[in-house]
Design a protein around this ligand. Sequence first.
Ligand code: PHE
Length: 367
Amino acid sequence: VFGLGVGAGCSKKSDEIPVGAYLSLSGADSTFGTDTREGIELALDERNAAGGIRGKKIRVIYEDDKSTTQEASQKVRQLIDRDKVVAVLGEVASSRSLAGGLVANNAHIPLITPSSTAVEVTQGRDWVFRVCFTDEQQGKVAARFVKNELKKNKVGIFYAAQDTYSSGLAKSFREEFTKLGGTIVVDKGYQKGETNFTTYLNELKAANPEVIFVPNYYNEMVQVARQAKQVGIPGSSFVGGDGWDSANLLEGAGAELEGAYFTNHYAPDVPWPNSKKFLAAFEEKYKHDPSSLSAQGYDAASLLFDAMGRAPDTSPEALRKAIADTKDFQGATGTLSIDKDRNANKPIVVVQIKDKKFRFATQVLAE
Ligand code: PHE
């Protein structure tokens, strides 16, 4: 009765169900990974406290891909071959979800990306799911917002040319904005990894657009925003996508981007009932506001655990089917259903940067 090591928290590893998570916990996009992990951990705490899966605890094994696609493939392979995970969570950046997703798809292990929006990520891959909208939807919403809400007709586009996410989102925006009768006065791709954007920004300024759409990641956007200010482009003329979501954007260029808008998955002040519950639990655990990445990480993990609970067993096929069958899941980022292409149908929010904070502006149901 007084045996050592018996009781909660001391269960043997073999009694636990292993789930893998591969994320950019270090490297260029490190806040994407660390924020997502916070969301997954919260979902894990909640599920294990509620009894796990049929009495078995879930264990999440994290791997750091250092923000590179090569490590992404290797880490997913390791999680599947060595750790025998029943499912994989990750990645954030579309380029790394494409890389890791290929490995999981070939191995027939379900993978759920919390926040990779590029169309290709789930295409033709029966084992790859996402709990976010796609860039096809996001780019349309951004274009309509600029044309119909901001009432701007002359825009510039500035994007990372070799990046799957950035170029895909630029393409979708470009097509929709043109279709709506708007004019694209300048359209420029930069090389991913560039740090001096002054020449481009001068070119952009000379074309005199009313809005500049910049669908890149926060780390590059900090530089773009700071240099734009020096060149004399007002920060409020920028519009972006979900890749801007990071506390580092606000710290690095929050002042420069005052008034700018971007499309996103979430903001702490979104009006959905389930988001409030999530916000309270998150703040309690971490003492700071969740980013969109944290909310998406939480949703990807809770949806997976929910599917594990509904599936008759944790075999790959049973899990795949249960994930595919998800309907009206009440997430922190709204109510979502998984469609036949393994994408999520859910609302898209438009966020505005105000006083160095992300503020909910409006929501649109993605079509
Ligand atoms: N949607 C981005 C991609 O696909 C990743 C991202 C999501 C970044 C949410 C920030 C916030 O690459």
